[in-house]
Design a protein around this ligand. Sequence first.
Ligand code: ATP
Ligand code: MG
Length: 304
Amino acid sequence: MSTALLVEGLRKCYGAVVAVDDVGFDVAEGEIFGLIGPNGSGKTTTAECAQALRRPDSGRVRVFGVDPHEQRGAVRRLIGSQLQESTLPDRITVGEAVHLFASLAPDPVDEPGLIAEWGLSAKRGAAFSSLSGGQRQRLFVALALVSRPRLVFLDEMTTGLDPAARREAWRLIERVRADGATIVLVTHFMDEVERLCDRVAVLVNGRIVEVDTPAGLIERRGGGSVVRLSAPAALDTGGLRALPGVADVTCHDGVIEVRGSARSVTALGHWLVVRGYGDTGLRVSQGSLEDAYLSLVAAAREES
Ligand SMILES: Nc1ncnc2c1ncn2[C@@H]1O[C@H](COP(=O)(O)OP(=O)(O)OP(=O)(O)O)[C@@H](O)[C@H]1O
Ligand SMILES: [Mg+2]
């Protein structure tokens, strides 16, 4: 599988503000790659430098092997882009905007089909200024896809969309990927990351602190599984700590909490049974991606 996007040693400052510092990652063709991180952590700057919309102070970007700053025209034809901050002239209609973008593309998608997919058929003749926030957002995503891009950047694609529209957007994005596109998705929604992203990079203060699959992040950073049980008086918590996959054991108010990988749950169950602790009211829950993300961000902020 070839590399759709390569970013190496990217650095971008705005005056004294270091927005992005030594950021590097690669995105394989056909992958959905997430960029997540707190407000102001450099996600949009990274995405815009990768698209040659901003010139980095240093670092290397390659889009399908091509330097987008050197061969702007060629690379622009490969990229579809929904920006976090976009606008259109007030009086342009939905149909005209899609037609305008389609007329610039060598092999555009079917215009009415695209408008229908993004739930805008009833607004085809409506002026941009009359659209609601969510309708504008859907139009911008549709415009990013009109040229059948091979690499799509979506910066907060579903911000402002209602729950049904969000799910529909996910389904459509999965289809765009199934048709062969590579997608870079900037988002604050962890359910979106879990549903769509093959891998995700976490940015904190302009630096990447982790790149992993969503499941890998949960496993390693979210504590994975959490087992709670009522503590029999004689139970040896040191023995629990030594079990395979166990990351942490805490005990308060007679309740023991064991955090660890999925493996720790089976090891713990076995350990309890062979010691005759049958009735401990054991409950298992799964750490969420949001837990993992928050703990990762907190740890990175403490270190910096
Ligand atoms: N045009 C600009 N001029 C000056 N500073 C900027 C500019 N754009 C971004 N910054 C600063 O660069 C840093 C990174 O901003 P960026 O927009 O890349 O963050 P982000 O991760 O996309 O945030 P958000 O989640 O809020 O969209 C921030 O400190 C921001 O204030
Ligand atoms: Mg942003």
